[in-house]
Design a protein around this ligand. Structure first.
Ligand code: HEC
Length: 446
């Protein structure tokens, strides 16, 4: 915790002490502070969620008054790594206003006064564990997975048959980590070919072990979850098509807690209630690879504190960008993605100045960003492979290559897009238009 008591937080607290804040004017817990905690902190700081302590009651906040002021002034909390100066704007950005930060600072400086209970708003309640209400389809493994106390992080893929007899358009996806102490993040996809089921059958425990991806090529993606992620429905008229008979794949990244733990994470699917006109399409911006299906050439020298990597791709149809998921491992330092439109105008899509492996996830744009045909997407990122990088998993540092292990590195910008002149009118995407059996027999013809 000490490392978070940075200078700007202390300066703010001390700066106020000579100023005009008198006890009478100081914010109180029940009048101002609880509103800030309800809005920005309690989603994670309550029992059963990812944060290590609750911020639901006065005593809990008072005990840590100075810390609350310091971590918010330093913008360490709430965790949100995208720059608010450049890029976005994003839906549900976890960013406090300057006023809110100053209020917490003045409250701490005044000795964390409680104030009158009568000033307090109603406590927040979380009626359903599902933030969008009961899903149309909830899937989870038939058996919990037991994770040993010690060892490296583990990635496991669970194969969940949907039993769908007809294809459905999915408008929103949500996740309920079974055991938030060990579930670090979740990625979902689907498989219509039975390939994941075979891997599952070959592994005696529930699910199967994976390294980076799914251990096979899924038929399509279904989004993901990371701590604090609130489910967001896709924009109106946009969906992901889930074909009949598909298996949903949940890739769960487990952190060990030092104790034997068990988990059974669920995924909830919300089907589109209105006509779907466009499907979400995935794209990825990566550093150049020497050949088809080859991995990018990446070699980060041991000790290099500012190793640059870049990638670019041109958009070949008028499109809109819905969301970006930047992905790097422990050596990631910063990440920048821009779009250069054919008219020469440049927009920053996302800028992350301090990469944090623990807090990666999808960033959804407040409104989809137009990317006209011919737009060039440029990604530029840096790695810190020095001994000074406290996140460096290897000591002393060694040269690091591209790969899926957490001690390897990657740099990918996953994009979720729609194509402007696609009009599906609820019809399945062409590749899923045939019934599964016919499609498979056709695809399998040489
Ligand atoms: C998205 C989830 C999330 C939200 C929202 C969130 N926190 Fe946290 N907080 C965490 C987690 C997880 C930790 C444990 C440290 C870590 O893993 O980074 C933490 C740790 C802390 C700590 C301890 C710092 C330390 O070094 O141990 C403080 C203080 C704190 N949070 C305050 C806040 C305040 C104040 C807010 C709201 C303004 C807030 N947090 C919002 C997840 C969250």
């Amino acid at each position: 915790m000490r490392r978070w008591l940075g200078s700007s937080g202390m300066a703010l607290v001390m700066g106020m002490s000579g100023g005009a804040a008198t006890a009478a004017e100081a914010p109180t817990y029940h009048r101002e502070v609880v509103r800030i905690l309800q809005k920005h902190c309690q989603d994670c700081h309550r029992p059963g969620q990812v944060a290590p302590f609750s911020l639901l009651h006065y005593d809990q906040a008072r005990k840590r008054g100075a810390d609350l002021a310091a971590v918010t002034a330093d913008r360490k909390m709430p965790p949100w790594h995208a720059s608010s100066k450049e890029g976005g704007p994003f839906r549900d950005a976890r960013v406090l206003s300057q006023d809110e930060i100053a209020t917490l600072g003045r409250w701490a400086e005044a000795g964390c006064p409680e104030g009158a209970v009568a000033d307090a708003p109603a406590p927040r309640t979380w009626e359903s564990d599902w933030s969008l209400g009961t899903p149309d389809l909830v899937l989870k493994a038939t058996e919990s997975y037991t994770l040993d106390a010690e060892g490296q992080d583990e990635l496991r893929v669970f194969v969940l048959p949907t039993g769908l007899t007809e294809g459905r358009w999915v408008a929103a996806v949500d996740f309920l980590p079974g055991n938030p102490k060990i579930v670090h993040h979740v990625l979902a996809a689907f498989d219509v070919r039975g390939a994941a089921k075979k891997l599952d059958e070959a592994d005696p425990k529930p699910g199967y072990k994976a390294f980076g991806g799914f251990g096979m090529i899924p038929s399509g993606g279904l989004g993901g979850w990371s701590p604090g992620k609130v489910a967001l429905p896709l924009p109106d008229g946009v969906g992901r098509y889930l074909p009949a008979g598909s298996d949903v794949l949940l890739q769960v990244h487990y952190h060990r807690s030092g104790k034997v733990e068990s988990d059974n994470t669920s995924i909830g699917l919300y089907f589109a209630k209105h006509e779907v006109d466009k499907q979400v399409r995935g794209a990825r911006i990566m550093p150049p690879s020497p050949g088809l299906f080859r991995r990018p050439t990446l070699l980060i020298p041991a000790g290099d504190a500012h190793y640059e990597i870049s990638g670019t791709q041109t958009i070949n149809e008028d499109s809109h960008l819905i969301a970006i998921t930047p992905h790097m491992h422990w050596l990631g330092k910063d990440f920048l993605m821009k779009a250069i439109r054919p008219d020469g105008s440049t927009v920053t899509l996302i800028r992350i100045d301090q990469w944090d492996f623990n807090w990666q996830g999808a960033y959804d744009f407040a409104t989809p960003v137009p990317l006209p045909k011919g737009t060039r997407i440029e990604m530029k990122a840096h790695f810190d492979n020095s001994a000074e990088n406290s996140a460096n998993p290897t000591s002393p540092p060694v040269a690091v290559h591209w790969g899926e292990q957490t001690t390897d590195e990657m740099c990918i910008g996953f994009l979720q897009m729609t194509v402007d002149d696609e009009h599906r009118k609820n019809q399945p995407p062409p590749r899923f238009a045939l019934p599964t059996a016919d499609r498979l027999s056709k695809e399998e013809k040489p």
